[in-house]
Design a protein around this ligand. Structure first.
Ligand code: PLP
Length: 714
C-alpha cells in the first residue's frame, strides 16, 4: 500500500449520485413524482432551509413533531395512501418542486470558494470531532463543542469549502434529561434505530463498508455511515457490528459515557479508525483538523503510514505537523483528557509493537513530564503546526497555560493563536427575521452576510416590524415553555391543579431573561440567586416585572452540576417565584432555537476567563436578543458599550471577589439600565429596539461563517 498524493485521488472515491437515492433505506418506494423527498431527508440541508422544513411538516404535522423533526422517520411512518394523496395534491407538489429546485441550485451553484480560490481545487480538509450537533434529529452531540462542529460543517458547505468530517455514531446518543418532582435530574437512554436517522450506510459491493482496527488481543470491526451536510459528507464510525464481542459493540454506545477505558478506546476508534475509514474511501486530505484533544490519535495513524514508507521519525512528525490544525476549546481541566502511560501502552500496543523502534518517541509525543501522564492536548500540540483557541482572550489564556509545554517561552511568544467562534446564521436566525431582512437588506444579503456595510440597512426597518417579529417569537417560546413544564408535572404525577396552573406561568409582556447551557459549575447558573431578597423585589415589581427561563443538562457524573439544577428548581418552586423563574427539562437544539429566538436578554455569567468562547449568546445576537454577559470569551470582543451589557470588569480577580462583584453588577445593571430601558415604552420600546438594531448591525457580520474566511485567506 502506498499513499497517493496526486490531485485525482485525495478527494475520495465514494461518488454519490444524490439524484439516485430515491429509496429510503428499507427500500420503501415513494410515489415517483415526489420521490426526491428521500434526497431531501438524507441531506441535513433541510435543517437550515425553512421551506424544506415546512414541506416535511405539511406531510403530517403531528408526526413531524413526534418524530423529533426527523424526516427519515416521518417518511418511514407515513402510510402509502398518505403519500399517494400528497403526490396528487397540487399545492403540495408546487412547494415540493420549489424546494427541490432550491436544493439543486444549492448543490450545483457557484460558491465563494470556487470563485475566489479556483486555484485551490486540490484542497480537502478533514474535520475530526467526537461530537457533531447538526440538528435535533441526529443526537450525537452534548453541547457547544458539537454545535460548533455542526455549524462549521454547514458554513463550509455554504461557502463551498471542501470538508470531509469524521465522527462517531452513538447508539444511545448522549442522554435525555428528565427533572423529577424533587428537582433531581434523571438521565434516560434510548437505543436509536439507525435506519430511521438521516444517515446512510456507506456501501461497497452492496454491503456496508467496514474497516478494522487492532486493539490489544483482538480486532474490532467498525461500520461506516455517512451524513450529507449540504455539499459535504461527514463519516460516522459505529462499533455495533456482529463480528465484535459485546463490550466492543458498546464502545460507541454513548457520548462521554463509561470510564477511562471506554474513553481511550473511543478516542482510538475516532482517531485511528477515522483515518483508516478515510483511506478505505480513498480520501487523502491535505489538512487535518483536530477539534479538541479527543481526536488527536489521528496523527498517530498518519505517523504510522509515513514511518512504514520509510521516513525518519522526525521527518514524519514534521510532515504531519505541516498539515495539521488543532483547536483547543477550554481552559477547564475536564476538557483535556489524560491517561496513564500504562493505559496508553496497553491500548496502543498493536501499533507500538509494529513500530517498536519508535515506541518511546511515540509516547513522548503525549507525555506530560510533570504528571507522568499521557495528555491528549500535548499529543495534539506536538503534532499540529497550527494551534488555536476559540476567542482572543482564550488564545491568551492558552498561551499562558501552555508556556511550560513550550520550554518556558514568554507567554506572548507561545505559538497558539485564536480564531473566535461563530455560528451558522441560517440555522439559528428565526425565519421571521430572515423574511424581514429579505425585505430591507440588499438581495445578496445572505451571500454577503459577513459584509458589515449592508447590515447598516437594518436601521431603516420600522420599529413596529422589529417588535412584531420579536413579540411573535417570544409568544412562541412561552407556549413552548409552558408545554415543557406541563409535561414535566404530568409525568411526575402532580395534581391536576399544579398542572393547570402552568397555563398562567410566564407573562408575554414581562422582561424575559434566558439562561441555558450545560450546567458546569464554572458557568455559575445560580449566581443570580445570591441575594434572593433583592431578586424577589426585581421579579415581583408590579409595574416592571422580570422573569427567568433556565435550561441545561449536567453530565451524569457531575454531581455539583446536578446540584445546580436542584437549586434552580427549589427557587422556582418558592411562592414568590412561581411561574416567574422556571427550569425547563431536556435542553437540546430545538429548545435552544426557541430560547435564543424568544427571550429579551441572554444572560451569561461564568467565572472569567473559563468560558473559552460561548456560542449561545451569539445565537441570541443573530435574533436581536441582547447579551448581558461577563466580559469573557467572545463577548469581550463583541461588546462595544452599546450593543448589550457587560457584567463586571475585565480583570482576573479571584473567584470570591468575582462572585461578589459580578453579583452586584448584575443587580445594579438590571435595576439601573436594563429594566428601565425595556419598560421605557410609549407605543413601543424604541430605545430597546434601537439597541437590538445595533446588536444585529454590529454582531452578525462579526459572528457569521465562523472564521472560515480568516482561515482560508492564510
Ligand atoms: C449553543 C448550544 C450550546 C452551547 O452553549 P454555550 O453558550 O457555548 O455554553 C449547548 N447546548 C446546546 C443545545 C446549544 O444549542
Amino acid at each position: 500500500m502506498g499513499i497517493q498524493f496526486d490531485a485525482d485521488h485525495h478527494k475520495g472515491r465514494e461518488y454519490v449520485n444524490m439524484q439516485q437515492a430515491t429509496y429510503l433505506q428499507d427500500k420503501k418506494l415513494l410515489p415517483p413524482n415526489i420521490n426526491r423527498l428521500s434526497d431531501l431527508a438524507y441531506n441535513l440541508w433541510f435543517s437550515w432551509n425553512h421551506d424544506a422544513l415546512e414541506l416535511f411538516a405539511r406531510i403530517d404535522p403531528v408526526q413531524w413533531k413526534q418524530s423529533g423533526h426527523n424526516p427519515v422517520r416521518l417518511l418511514h411512518e407515513a402510510s402509502e395512501s398518505q403519500l399517494q394523496q400528497l403526490s396528487e395534491d397540487p399545492d403540495f407538489l408546487q412547494s415540493y418542486q420549489q424546494v427541490i429546485a432550491q436544493f439543486d441550485d444549492y448543490l450545483n451553484g457557484s460558491t465563494w470558494f470556487r470563485e475566489k480560490h479556483a486555484d485551490r481545487d486540490y484542497v480537502q480538509i478533514a474535520y475530526f470531532s467526537a461530537e457533531f450537533g447538526f440538528h435535533e434529529s441526529l443526537p450525537i452531540y452534548s453541547g457547544g463543542l458539537g454545535i460548533l462542529a455542526g455549524d462549521h460543517a454547514k458554513s463550509a458547505s455554504d461557502l463551498g469549502i471542501p470538508l470531509v468530517g469524521v465522527g462517531l455514531l452513538y447508539k444511545k446518543g448522549y442522554f435525555t434529561q428528565k427533572i423529577d418532582a424533587s428537582g433531581s435530574q434523571q438521565s434516560e437512554h434510548f437505543q436509536y434505530d439507525f435506519t430511521k436517522l438521516p444517515i446512510q450506510p456507506v456501501l461497497q459491493d452492496d454491503h456496508q463498508l467496514t474497516i478494522s482496527i487492532d486493539m490489544p488481543g483482538r480486532t474490532i470491526t467498525l461500520q461506516i455511515w455517512r451524513v450529507h451536510v449540504g455539499r459535504n459528507i461527514i463519516y460516522l464510525l459505529d462499533a455495533d457490528h456482529e463480528a465484535n464481542q459485546q463490550a466492543d459493540k458498546d464502545l460507541t454506545a454513548q457520548l462521554y459515557g463509561g470510564n477511562q477505558d471506554t474513553r481511550i478506546a473511543q478516542e482510538i476508534v475516532l482517531g485511528i479508525g477515522g483515518v483508516k475509514a478515510l483511506r478505505a474511501i480513498h480520501y487523502y486530505p491535505n489538512v487535518y483538523h483536530i477539534n479538541e484533544g479527543h481526536a488527536a490519535f489521528l496523527t498517530l495513524e498518519r505517523l504510522k503510514e509515513l514511518l512504514q514508507l520509510g521516513l525518519p521519525f522526525h521527518v514524519a512528525v514534521e510532515t504531519i505537523r505541516s498539515a495539521t490544525v488543532f483547536t483547543t476549546h477550554t481552559p477547564v481541566p475536564a476538557g483535556h483528557d489524560t491517561f496513564s502511560i500504562q493505559m496508553v501502552e496497553h491500548y496502543l500496543s498493536p501499533m507500538l509493537q509494529e513500530l517498536s523502534r519508535y515506541k518511546q518517541d511515540i509516547i513522548a509525543l503525549g507525555l506530560d513530564h510533570h504528571t507522568g501522564q499521557f495528555n491528549m492536548t500535548y499529543l495534539a500540540m506536538n503534532t499540529a503546526g497550527m494551534r488555536n483557541g476559540v476567542s482572543k482572550l482564550h488564545g491568551q489564556v492558552s498561551r499562558e497555560m501552555f508556556k511550560e509545554f513550550h520550554g518556558h517561552l514568554d507567554a506572548n511568544e507561545v505559538p497558539i493563536s485564536s480564531i473566535t467562534n461563530g455560528v451558522h446564521l441560517d440555522t439559528w436566525t428565526a425565519p421571521q427575521w430572515k423574511e424581514l431582512l429579505e425585505r430591507f437588506l440588499p438581495g445578496t444579503w445572505k451571500v454577503e452576510q459577513a459584509n458589515k456595510h449592508q447590515w447598516q440597512q437594518i436601521e431603516v426597518i420600522p420599529d413596529e416590524s422589529i417588535w412584531k417579529v420579536h413579540q411573535h417569537l417570544k409568544d412562541a417560546l412561552i407556549r413552548y415553555a409552558r408545554h415543557n413544564l406541563m409535561e414535566q408535572r404530568r409525568r411526575n404525577s402532580e395534581s391536576e391543579e399544579r398542572i393547570e396552573e402552568v397555563r398562567q406561568y410566564l407573562n408575554p409582556k414581562a422582561l424575559t431573561i434566558g439562561f441555558a447551557r450545560r450546567f458546569a459549575t464554572y458557568k455559575r447558573a445560580n449566581l443570580i440567586f445570591n441575594d434572593l431578597y433583592r431578586l424577589k423585589k426585581i421579579v415581583n415589581d408590579p409595574e416592571r416585572p422580570v422573569q427567568f427561563i433556565f435550561a441545561g443538562k449536567a453530565h451524569p457524573a457531575d454531581y455539583p452540576g446536578q446540584e445546580l439544577i436542584r437549586e434552580i428548581y427549589r427557587v422556582s418552586q418558592m411562592k414568590e417565584f412561581l411561574g416567574k423563574i422556571v427550569i425547563l427539562e431536556n435542553y437540546d437544539i430545538t429548545m435552544a432555537r426557541f430560547l435564543v429566538q424568544g427571550v429579551d436578554v441572554w444572560l451569561n455569567n461564568p467565572r472569567r476567563p473559563l468560558e473559552a468562547s460561548g456560542t449561545s449568546g451569539q445565537k441570541a445576537a443573530m435574533n436581536g436578543v441582547l447579551n448581558f454577559s461577563v466580559l469573557d470569551g467572545w463577548w469581550e470582543e463583541g461588546y462595544n458599550g452599546t450593543n448589550g451589557w457587560a457584567i463586571g470588569s475585565t480583570g482576573n480577580a479571584d473567584w470570591a471577589t468575582q462572585e461578589k462583584e459580578n453579583t452586584e453588577s448584575i443587580y445594579q445593571t438590571l435595576q439601573k439600565e436594563i429594566i428601565p430601558l425595556f419598560y421605557n415604552q410609549g407605543d413601543l420600546p424604541h430605545q430597546w429596539i434601537s439597541r437590538m438594531k445595533r446588536s444585529f448591525n454590529h454582531l452578525v457580520p462579526f459572528l457569521t461563517h465562523i472564521g472560515w474566511y480568516r482561515i482560508t485567506q492564510s
